[in-house]
Design a protein around this ligand. Structure first.
Ligand code: SMG
Ligand code: MG
Length: 376
């Protein structure tokens, strides 16, 4: 279906304050500076449809090498010119068209996402039917930032339990780990699904330390070691009973296959932005299903655009663990969509409207817009 012509592209930056600061082992966020990509696609009959993508790059290269200003630059000066030079296109062709340019998966994903949204709207197709989603609701997990005091942490966790979240993920770092997990496990009881995310804060020599998490019946330890240390994760997986899950380390399907083969990835966190887009995310899902590796959908504090699309992705059959797909209100007092993601009985309803599954609140979007760049 390579029958669309890419027209005008708009790069929008929006400023979104968080309802409370979110601290991880690499830093604290109190607001997001988010890059949105709007594309206009012309179909063969000349009709023009717009589509939106969201770039998950943070303001600084602290979670991954990409950062929002760099993503905007590479889109404007390298990715879009390359894409335009390839002529007619569709979403499935975007990744291949951009593949000769190295890296920048978050920037590439945002473009693919916008093209996909426009293509689906133009053909009045939902993302759920395009992907073959098999569920109508998905279980919702929440990611809890590092707290200085255990009492404060317990208050925060109790609030999320009261909201109905079915799985708790605690951010950890050396000094805020074993004691925090023990206290939360005590609070939520032995059976509520619990996991931790270190965002690369530990080293290979920390195996014996991390083994202290084993008694707490946790689903997984996410990304304990630096992203390039695949062998280290394999060594740790042999030393620690709690399954090792990779996040930052997984940036492509082929790399994921290698990590699985090496025994470094017992569970996979799939984030479409980190791997270059939703279509590569599906390839990783398919690979993990074939290899019997459980997967779940990660989050990057997305607005209603990315949150809707993530909810659809997580409705694929291999997503057997609850993802970081919380209600929009977990992070934002007001969202840029008129139909923000909510949770009911701990679950999110999978969107089924044409496109990725959201409708923009254009008035509010304009209010939070800090910069608009139009590219023809
Ligand atoms: O969107 O619920 C969310 C955030 C989930 O913890 C989350 N994301 O490493 O998995 C992760 C982090 C990355 C972003 S931290 C600013
Ligand atoms: Mg993570």
């Amino acid at each position: 279906m390579t029958n669309f012509q890419l027209g005008l592209v708009e790069l929008r930056r929006i400023a979104m304050p968080l309802v409370s600061p979110f601290r991880t082992s690499f830093g604290s966020q109190s607001a997001r500076d988010i890059l949105l990509v709007r594309v206009e696609l012309a179909a063969e009959d000349g009709s023009v449809t717009e589509g939106w993508g969201e770039c998950v790059a943070l303001s600084e290269p602290s979670y991954s090498p990409e950062y929002v200003e760099g993503a905007q630059h590479v889109i404007e000066h390298h990715l879009l010119p390359q894409l335009r030079s390839t002529g007619r296109l569709d979403a499935a062709g975007v990744g291949a068209a951009l593949s000769k340019l190295h890296g920048h998966p978050m920037a590439k994903a945002a473009i693919e996402m916008a093209v996909l949204d426009a293509q689906l709207r133009s053909t009045e197709t939902s993302f759920a039917s395009y992907l073959g989603a098999t569920r109508t609701t998905i279980p919702s997990g929440v990611s809890v930032g590092i707290h200085d005091s255990v009492d404060d942490l317990l208050n925060t966790v109790q609030g999320y339990v009261d909201d109905g979240y079915v799985r708790i993920k605690l951010k950890i770092e050396p000094g805020s780990d074993i004691e925090h997990v023990a206290a939360v496990r005590e609070l939520i009881g032995p059976d509520t699904p619990l996991q931790v995310d270190a965002n690369t804060a530990y080293r290979r020599t920390d195996g014996q330390h991390l083994r202290q998490l084993d008694p707490f019946n946790m689903l997984l330890i996410e990304q304990p070691l630096p992203e390039a240390d695949i062998i280290g994760h394999a060594l740790l997986a042999a030393e620690v009973d709690t399954p090792i899950c990779l996040d930052e380390s997984l940036v492509s399907a082929s790399g994921t296959a290698d990590a699985i083969e090496l025994g470094a990835c017992e569970i996979a966190n799939i984030k479409p932005g980190r791997v270059g887009g939703y279509l590569e995310a599906v390839r990783i899902h398919d690979l993990c299903v074939a290899k019997n590796i459980p997967v779940w959908c990660g989050g990057m504090l997305e607005t209603g655009i990315g949150r809707a699309a993530n909810a659809v992705l997580a409705a694929l059959p291999g997503f057997t663990l609850p993802g970081d797909i919380s209600a929009s209100t977990r992070f934002y007092a007001q969202d840029i969509v008129i139909d923000p993601i909510t949770i009911t009985d701990g679950h999110v309803t999978v969107p089924t409207s044409p496109g990725l599954g959201f409708e923009l609140d254009k008035t509010f979007l304009d209010q939070v817009t800090t910069r608009t760049t139009t590219l023809r």
